[in-house]
Design a protein around this ligand. Sequence first.
Ligand SMILES: Cc1ncc(COP(=O)(O)O)c(C=O)c1O
Length: 414
Amino acid sequence: MSSIEHPRIAGPPTPAFVIDESALNILVNRFRDALAEHWPNSVMSYSVKTNSLPWLLSYMKRQGVWAEVVSDSEYKLACAVGYTPEQIVYNGPVKSRAVLRSALRNGSLTNLDSKREVRWAAELAAEDPSLNVRVGLRVNWDLDALCPGQSTVVGDMSRFGFDYVNGEFEAAIVQLTDAGASVAGLHMHRNSRSNSPQVYQAAAGVAREIISTFDLELDWIDIGGGFFGSLDDTALFDDYISCIRAELEGAVDLSRTRLVIEPGGSVIAAPVEFHAQVLDTKDIGQRRFVITNVSRTDIDPLFRKQAPYYIVTEAAADTDHPEQVIAGFTCMEDDRLMVLKDSPKLIEGDRIVFRRVGAYTMSYGSSFIEFPPAVYVLHENHLTLVRRAGDVEDYLQGNIWTGGQLQPTGAQPE
Ligand SMILES: Cc1ncc(COP(=O)(O)O)c(C=O)c1O
């Protein structure tokens, strides 16, 4: 979990995220190879919400990876960085009528998740039969019944998709086909608690059952994201895709029906580090506090996890301290990143580097007390700034306020 290290590169100015491009290449290629091996007629689409950094989106685009978006804003963002509608998978429970219509007209692979979306798609199909509207439906299925203990919604139902047991899924099919649209895809996404390929086998099994019950001819089966990924486990992505194929190859024609995957955390968590610096230390009673220039909101916005880390310190080796509370810069008492046990007493200027923090961190982009930190990309031992640190000018953009006028940054008080 932790170590004292001499890193390969001189660290960037802190605070800063660093994306290791070679690690990202490894993970993206590993998924691509698994798809090429087991389901060549497939689409890898990157889950934009996981980390929507523009550099990353354009990296994915260059790799031939599509964008999977779950809101109108993400749809527009994907277009703004250069994705064409045909390279976008449009998901999410709350689409607008206007963007949905535009996505269907322009060939985005679209999975519906609400009754109003079904109504709007049916409306468009009836209005313009020449469009040949083809949509996917998100399926609500009981993960816990098939894989006990795997659901992340403990003791409750998932709220996403249409229930294929109580008639709501069938009603959506009827409404769409009556209007001249076709149900051409299934969207099976579920998050799970472990990295077990059985979760994907279960999702594929439910898709197989639905295909046969409702006699569907599908253009795509979108198995979703939620995969686990680590640089050390070289077989996991292959295991995921091979078990999906094993479950579905008798049910669909693999050369006609595309497999869609939507990886997020499995490709972007591991390649990202976050560099923090010690600003001050203080002893209060028996407690030693180490104050840093980062916040827990930067790397754990939901206050749930503890990232692995390493420390680069100038402290003498014989200064071990049993417990040091690593605290953030904010004024929240619970902005504490971790308790460092039996480590050298950190001193001002030391660096703490949190690892595997690329997923669901930057995209929460907090402007609480400080603006979002800079982001660098590490490429062949060289760091390139791909996002400067946020500042007051960014924050004021788009705002109207009375009595104020935007000053050039140089004129701001220190
Ligand atoms: C529909 C959908 N696709 C893809 C993802 C990406 O999941 P992950 O980052 O776990 O791969 C999510 C995340 O919850 C999701 O809701």
